[in-house]
Design a binder for this molecule. Structure first.
Ligand code: IPE
Ligand code: MG
Length: 234
């Protein structure tokens, strides 16, 4: 989710106004995904590199996260959303950690949209914590680890790999998001600033996705013969 600051700047508003509108865009996008029967939405809210921002902006972002949780979790639960946060939460305020824990516990049994917020997340961090957990669980065994062993210890190890990656705000980078899982994901970049992202923008991204041919290393002819599966996005 990129472009909150620029959205505010264009309107001669402080950056935090952009972040506030960004929360609105999150609300709209979560609703649109649930309405479209999408199985999982993962939002990159705060990267491990975002600590480099001015202290005041970080503190405002944390306050927004707290108030969004306080205001939205019951609604998410009513709508059967399973809410989770991935990332290294150890640096967060205990109040925020508490709210996250409670929200995860409350919604853990829900069967609707799996909504994951990546906070103080980095794809390299994720791979390293998986490696370290593997090393611990392996004990003295010297058997080589497989890709599947690693996958199971990654933050999203229980979800299918994402079909579609959307980055707003005009930048064409992965920026340390789900490095392992994005290997075969369709990438979609849009100039739309995150606060302007809505159901229509989501549909445009899905339309672009539908125009692509996902071969996973196969040939077009093999696909035409119907050897590959389709995803929820069509
Ligand atoms: C994304 O918007 C929100 C967060 C990283 C929390 P930015 O804050 O990066 O907005 P720009 O890139 O300055 O426009
Ligand atoms: Mg940015």
């Amino acid at each position: 989710m990129d472009g909150n600051g620029r959205w505010a700047k264009q309107r001669f508003l402080p950056r935090v106004a952009g972040h506030r509108r960004g929360v609105e865009a999150v609300r709209n996008t979560v609703r649109a995904c649930a309405e479209r029967g999408i199985g999982a939405l993962t939002l990159f809210a705060f990267s491990s590199e975002n600590w480099r921002r001015p202290a005041e902006e970080i503190s405002l972002l944390m306050q927004l996260f707290v108030s969004a949780l306080q205001q939205e979790v019951d609604k998410l639960h009513q709508n059967h959303v399973r809410f989770r946060v991935i990332g290294d939460l150890s640096r967060f305020d205990p109040l925020l950690i508490d709210l996250i824990d409670n929200a995860q516990r409350l919604t853990a049994g829900n069967g609707g949209l799996v909504l994951t917020v990546a906070a103080n997340y980095g794809g390299r961090w994720d791979i390293m914590q998986a490696v370290n957990r593997l090393r611990q669980s392996a004990g003295g065994s010297v058997a080589p680890w497989t890709e599947n062993d690693l996958l199971q210890h990654l933050s999203l190890g229980d979800l299918p790999e994402p079909d579609l990656f959307i980055r707003t705000g005009g930048e064409q980078r992965i920026s340390n998001f789900l490095l392992w899982q994005l290997a075969y994901t369709e990438l979609y970049f849009t100039d739309t600033l995150w606060p302007d992202f809505d159901a229509g923008a989501l549909d445009q991204a899905i339309l672009s996705y539908r125009g692509r041919e996902r071969r996973f290393g196969r040939t077009s002819e093999q696909l035409a013969a119907g050897t590959a599966g389709r995803s929820a996005l069509g």
